[in-house]
Design a protein around this ligand. Structure first.
Ligand SMILES: NC(=O)c1ccc[n+]([C@@H]2O[C@H](COP(=O)([O-])OP(=O)(O)OC[C@H]3O[C@@H](n4cnc5c(N)ncnc54)[C@H](OP(=O)(O)O)[C@@H]3O)[C@@H](O)[C@H]2O)c1
Length: 253
């Protein structure tokens, strides 16, 4: 019998945004694949809720606000001194804000970019620090189909997600000599708390149009989590610098 090529037995994997939505489901799926997960977010109680849904043992919760971007490399080094080097990283923390161009401000743009882009760059910088990751390590960033296809009202968010894809192409070149891989996932609309809050700003007609743009319907967090597992595992050992679109056909129009 061949073994499951997606198994991540005993691999240390950091999951950001593990208190909600895609990050939470990713932590659960990776635990089912026997990885040891470091769950991070700002809310300990919600991280503990995720932990309660996970399989296996040896996982740990680390509360951290990723908008403190300069502190990320030292924070990650401190963790890996205790856990050993990381085999993987999934950066699912992010914010989505509907801000029409007529009301956008530089401060709002900078806040969004700090959480969605600067934190990602600093996490990858931290991951590639000597001793913080193993040769063969894989990092996955949550971009979005909104970085590929236009939609009014979310210009800064779209810019942040397109930035992650550009960053990924260049950073993948820089870290490949160290045996590290970096890829993005670009989901369409996945039913999570983020989308519930977006839903509150839309009329029923607007929401119906979004649903109709997904030939396979809206996604579930598990659809994205399984794609993250594929990119982390040896199944993707020859894949780097790219974006895997997981969007039910949204961007194929
Ligand atoms: N849902 C979708 O349809 C969709 C589609 C495409 C892409 N995405 C992307 O997928 C990722 C996850 O989305 P989601 O729907 O799962 O979102 P979500 O349910 O709103 O969860 C967002 C997560 O980010 C964490 N977070 C936010 N700001 C943070 C900060 N400053 N420091 C640390 N953690 C922070 C939150 O944790 P705490 O609040 O507990 O700190 C939470 O765990 C995001 O990057 C999003 O842009 C989502």
């Amino acid at each position: 019998m061949t073994s499951n090529p997606l198994l991540l037995r005993e691999r240390n994997i950091l999951v950001t945004g593990a208190s909600s939505g895609i990050g939470r489901e990713t932590a659960i799926v990776l635990s089912e694949l026997e990885a040891k997960i470091i769950l991070t977010g700002r809310d300990r109680a919600r991280l503990e809720q995720t932990l309660g849904k996970m399989q296996g043992s040896g996982h740990r919760v680390e509360v951290f606000d990723l908008s403190d971007c300069e502190a990320i490399p030292a924070w990650l080094r401190g963790i890996t001194l205790q856990t050993g080097p990381l085999h993987g990283l999934v950066h699912s923390a992010g914010i989505q804000q509907t801000i029409p161009l007529r009301v956008v401000t530089a401060a709002k743009i900078e806040d969004l970019l700090r959480t969605n882009v600067t934190s990602a760059i600093m996490l990858v910088k931290a991951f590639r620090q000597k001793g913080c990751s193993v040769n063969g390590g894989s990092a996955v960033l949550l971009a979005s189909a909104a970085g590929l296809a236009g939609q009014s009202g979310i210009t800064a968010y779209s810019a942040s997600k397109a930035a992650l894809m550009g960053f990924t192409r260049s950073a993948a070149m820089e870290i490949a000599p160290e045996g590290l891989r970096l890829n993005c996932l670009a989901p369409g609309y996945v039913v999570t708390e983020m989308i519930e809050s977006l839903r509150d700003n839309l009329s029923d007609d607007q929401f119906r149009i979004i649903q109709e743009k997904h030939p396979l319907g809206l996604g579930k967090a598990r659809d994205v989590a399984l794609a993250a597992a594929f990119l982390l595992a040896d199944t993707a050992r020859w894949i780097t610098g790219t974006t895997l679109v997981v969007d039910g056909g949204y961007s194929a129009h």
